[in-house]
Design a binder for this molecule. Sequence first.
Ligand SMILES: *[C@@H]1O[C@H](CO)[C@@H](O)[C@H](O)[C@H]1NC(C)=O
Ligand SMILES: *[C@@H]1O[C@H](CO)[C@@H](O)[C@H](O)[C@H]1NC(C)=O
Length: 347
Amino acid sequence: MFAAVAVPLLLSAYASAQYTATYLPSNAPATSEQDQAGTNQCGSGHSQDSLCQNVYINSVQDFCLWAPPYTDGTNSTIGETERIEVAWCMKDGYGTRLIPDGTIQGAHFVQTPDYVQVTGFGDFTKMNIPAGDQGGELDPHGADGNGNPIGGLVFGSSFGTLQQYHEWTNYMAVDQFCIRACKDSTNAPLLCNHIYDVMGCDWNMPGNYDLNVFENCQGVTGDPMGIYTVNGSASTFQQGDASTPAAHPAPSSSDCSSFSTISNGQTAAASLATTRTSSSTSSGSSARMTSSTSNTRNIAPATGSPSASNTAHSSAGRLVAPTSMDGLFGVVATLVVGILGGAVFVL
Ligand SMILES: *[C@@H]1O[C@H](CO)[C@@H](O)[C@H](O)[C@H]1NC(C)=O
Ligand SMILES: *[C@@H]1O[C@H](CO)[C@@H](O)[C@H](O)[C@H]1NC(C)=O
């Protein structure tokens, strides 16, 4: 009984501590956080030099990703530029850069009752991510309390009128992406949890990553990343624990409509990154990735890897074979966790 009372309080305190000011693109200040490299007043149209830091997630034809504002081919890994990423969008009109045609090689938009998400593969050398970069995680809660990028805002109108999503997470590697924005609620910090920053897309956002498919779907809300329920009790995996649990199964989706491609007419700028290297030979991965590489990085091309026709993809974010659940629960300290859906909280 104690836990049932105490934990929701703790959770809502956590949620409110994470909450930032609420804006719309029309009333956002020039900068929403201190030391912001770009702007939240983006105007309309588009520009490939834009420093706009407003991202939108509405559909497979209308989503944006965070990526570096510049590159010399090597100096802009996600780890090096996480504080200054700018918005790159499929759709014109937001005052951002456009995602060049041909960049996205497959994209799957899904709307669940709690969040919107886009997952897929791409050639992000066209968006200033250096070849070989295994990437990193972007979210509104950097170590100093500012976002990565600082001042980055995320908007969308999937749940009615245009709104800011205060909780979101985006993994970007040179070849793979996933972005999720959670509807404001006490569950949002868990469903858009950003603490698993070396785990990559397949683990954090299990879903459809099929190449050459571009689709809008409805879906059910997935289990919160890192929280596992066995025998009615929940445990929270902590990054760095001796064993890494398997990704949650991909939640089911339905009512999909698909498109042969997505485009906006923007051609890619000549890229200084002329060759793409596989991750096994890369050296430029971000600092936040390196500490636990052996624990989380690509071993076998497993579930979720691109099809054989696209072997140039590195396997950023893919996991080693799951270790046993017993191992997980043997090492995990029991923490305050929430089981969503049933709204049952245990200690
Ligand atoms: C990276 O390279 C680009 C292109 O040469 C340059 O504009 C930018 O200032 C460089 N940034 C850093 C931090 O070295
Ligand atoms: C779950 O319950 C079953 C049956 O009581 C038990 O055998 C099993 O060890 C439990 N698993 C965990 C992880 O506690």
